[in-house]
Design a protein around this ligand. Sequence first.
Ligand SMILES: C[S@@+](CC[C@H](N)C(=O)[O-])C[C@H]1O[C@@H](n2cnc3c(N)ncnc32)[C@H](O)[C@@H]1O
Length: 384
Amino acid sequence: MQDEAWDEEQKHFQAVLKAWSDYLPYSLHVNNGRRQSLYALPQAHQALLQGLQAPVPVPINGVPVQRGFRAKLNEIDDRIRRNADVLEQMAHFCRSFLGILDESQLAEGANSASNKVSERDQDRVRTAIKQMARDWGAQGAAERARVYQPIIEAVVRRRPPSHTEPVRVLVPGAGLGRLAFDFAQQGYCTQGNEFSYFMLIPAHFLLNCTQVVHEHTLFPYVHSGSNWHTSSDMLQPVRVPDVLPSTLDENSDFSMVAGEFLEVYGKEEERGAWDVVATCYFIDTAKNVLRYLEVINAVLPIGGLWVNAGPLLWHFEHEPDTSVELTLEEVLELLPHFGFKLEEQRILEPQTYTGIPNSMLSHQYTPVFWVGRKVRDQGRAPVV
Ligand SMILES: C[S@@+](CC[C@H](N)C(=O)[O-])C[C@H]1O[C@@H](n2cnc3c(N)ncnc32)[C@H](O)[C@@H]1O
């Protein structure tokens, strides 16, 4: 990497670590806002809320449940602190992520980064916590089954894993790595690719620093007070991981590669290097999806498979960056141009993405699913 790009990468990493460490003060501050709202109420209303008998669960066995609105706010504080403990362990484990940084450099960098807490980054931290439930919690099992399962089944049916001739599966935009891990568990030689440190840090931690199933307890749902039936729903724990990554067969070939998909896999040495590309909730992260299609074509040999599942929630639609938003009809029309022949296409059953169990609000996707086979090479269009 060029010096300038490397400096940028380090700054980016430090900003993410700062967001990680800002989680505790930021989240406590938000909860304190709720407390202030409570104290601003008329005394009579405060007394009513304090007298509520609905149980507020406590996380320690043997301690009786609490009651009253203030107790709920105290328990939210408690869960925020518990989340922060796990985040701190992750940050600690990942400090050497970029290889050359020592602790003092990082601390200096993180402090010299703006003192302002970025709302957007805090949102990303909270999303990462919810994503841990999706990928590595028992709560996420149903969600995973709705979309990872069809992808894996489509591959197993067409290219079953083989000991004699390993089948190489690439999972771009791998998030916390569970789909890639599940492929590896099936016996595929698998690589997940991800460019966000908000995902890479927890993925690295869960994949490489877990000794036992359910080692870490997170409380992903304490950040919003809306749409709950009970305090237990809001304060529910999620234990991760639900499967121990180190139980992967010692001969298995599984890796996660950090970097931007087009940059990493647009290289000459990646040409035809993968038998299968599995994209899940990924292609709509493109500013120009046609570039993704070129690279997916390039990394597969003729006869290689591309299995895709996901919506078309174009991530850059509302950003100042240039973004091209296409309909499904338009994307499907483009596939033959990019060297793919569709073998299967359907709409998957409605599903959530980092959905919240027992919430009164549920955003549902009806993602498209397809299996394309590469039938010819398609070169990269020049920049102009
Ligand atoms: C919506 S998430 C899907 C994650 C995972 N596949 C899943 O289904 O849970 C999209 C992921 O792609 C990653 N991503 C987006 N653009 C990327 C790019 N150009 N290169 C690598 N990863 C990218 C994001 O950081 C994010 O983790």
